[in-house]
Ligand binder design. Structure first.
Ligand SMILES: N[C@@H](CCC(=O)N[C@@H](CS)C(=O)NCC(=O)O)C(=O)O
Length: 224
């Protein structure tokens, strides 16, 4: 049995969605990031990087880094439909898309969510948040171009982990009204991903978490 550490207000839900796509069983171990539990000695003995998600395999290996965990699960459980196998012609574009999201969009989103970590003065927080939002949109516009030429999914007619990741992050940019209007192919892809029967409930949960986290932030709380 897999043990998945993570929970509310985190990207752990991406791993849960891959588990759902593959019908893979796991046990959830809730880590409260609002309470700083991810920095506790107990959790650092599992993932010294102090971040969630982390996942312990049935053999006892501890894995971290969301895209790595998702790839691992898909490959181990033969989910070739969401991760093209080595040798498949779409494997190259798939890796480019996934690494683009991981190395370009994800760090920008981290600045958007935790702007206070990137400033020396409190008054610079709104500026960092605005600047990271703009950078993220540039990444989305690049993806939009790719989807316009090759869509409706990143790999054409075939849904993959790239679409899942892109939809997850874009869902947060969508909270600013009309922000994604210049990216219609991205919006179309997001609609398809969110409507996948196995994924629908998870995107419902993400919307509820977004609303709850926004309410916390307006009261001055959140992850420090
Ligand atoms: N590169 C890591 C980043 C993980 C990450 O930043 N997780 C967030 C939750 S979504 C977290 O643990 N935040 C707590 C913190 O940074 O203090 C991954 O993709 O898994």
């Amino acid at each position: 049995m897999y043990l998945l550490y993570g929970g509310k207000f985190t990207r752990t839900i991406l791993v849960e969605m891959v588990m759902a796509e593959g019908g893979i069983e796991y046990e959830m171990r809730e880590i409260d990031i609002l309470d700083g539990e991810h920095r506790s000695g107990h959790f650092r003995s599992i993932n010294p990087a102090g971040m969630v998600p982390a996942m312990v395999t049935p053999e006892g290996h501890t894995l971290h880094e969301t895209p790595g965990i998702c790839l691992y699960l898909a490959e181990r459980h033969g989910l070739d439909q969401i991760v093209p196998a080595a040798g498949d012609g779409t494997r190259g574009p798939f890796l480019s898309g996934l690494f683009y999201l991981t190395s370009e969009l994800e760090p920008t989103m981290k600045r958007y969510f935790y702007p206070h970590r990137y400033v020396l003065r409190e008054e610079d927080i709104p500026g960092i948040r605005q600047q990271s939002f703009r950078s993220a949109l540039k990444n989305i516009l690049f993806l939009n171009r790719h989807l316009t030429d090759h869509g409706p999914y990143y790999l054409g007619d075939r849904f993959s982990l790239v679409d899942l990741n892109m939809t997850y992050w874009s869902t947060f940019l969508n909270e600013v009204e009309h922000a994604l209007d210049p990216a219609p192919a991205v919006l179309e892809c997001m609609k398809r991903v969110r409507n996948r029967p196995k994924l629908q409930p998870y995107f419902g949960r993400i919307e509820r978490m977004k609303a709850e986290y926004a309410a916390l932030q307006s009261r001055g709380t959140g992850v420090r």
